[in-house]
Design a protein around this ligand. Structure first.
Ligand code: DAT
Ligand code: MG
Length: 139
């Protein structure tokens, strides 16, 4: 089924000029970038986005990293896009990420792991709505 997922190219990657290289992996996996914008997240935006992790010990560091430099927010579309993007992203910890995945190739650490991708269709819808209106998504 064709569906959409939400992606963020994180500050560690934009800082190293890796937006194009990461987009090439995304497109190579058959996902279409149907919306994309570069944005500097505010602390409030980053806190809200990662609210589910608020009680975790790494939450403060995560919010700091996500607001340190601009990010690129994206909507990706394709066959089973949520699962397909999680697969091409690789494991959260880059040491455990499979060969050829974005995190294996580009991540610096478990915290600075280059990309975010939604973990379910429900979360994809909620995350997309935090950054894009329907008319900004051109499939
Ligand atoms: P994912 O981004 O693979 O969905 P997650 O939702 O569990 O992973 O965590 C969100 C982000 O929080 C993750 O991309 C990086 C950071 N993070 C997770 N676990 C961490 C840890 N043990 N130490 C530092 N940062 C961590
Ligand atoms: Mg997650």
């Amino acid at each position: 089924m064709t569906e959409r997922t939400f992606s963020i190219i994180k500050p560690d990657a934009t800082r190293r000029n890796l937006t194009g290289a990461i987009n090439a992996v995304i497109e190579g996996a058959g996902l279409r970038i149907v919306a994309q914008r570069r944005v500097k997240l505010s602390t409030d935006q980053a806190k809200k986005f990662y609210e589910v992790h608020a009680e975790r010990p790494f939450y403060g560091e995560l919010v700091e990293q996500m607001t340190a430099e601009p990010v690129v927010v994206q909507v990706l579309e394709g066959e089973n896009a949520v699962a397909a993007y999680r697969e091409v992203m690789g494991a959260t910890n880059p040491e455990q990420a499979a060969e050829g995945t974005i995190r294996k190739q580009f991540a610096l650490s478990i915290g600075e792991n280059s990309v975010h991708g939604s973990d379910s269709q429900d979360n994809a819808k909620l995350e997309i709505a935090q950054f894009f209106t329907e008319d900004q998504i051109v499939g």
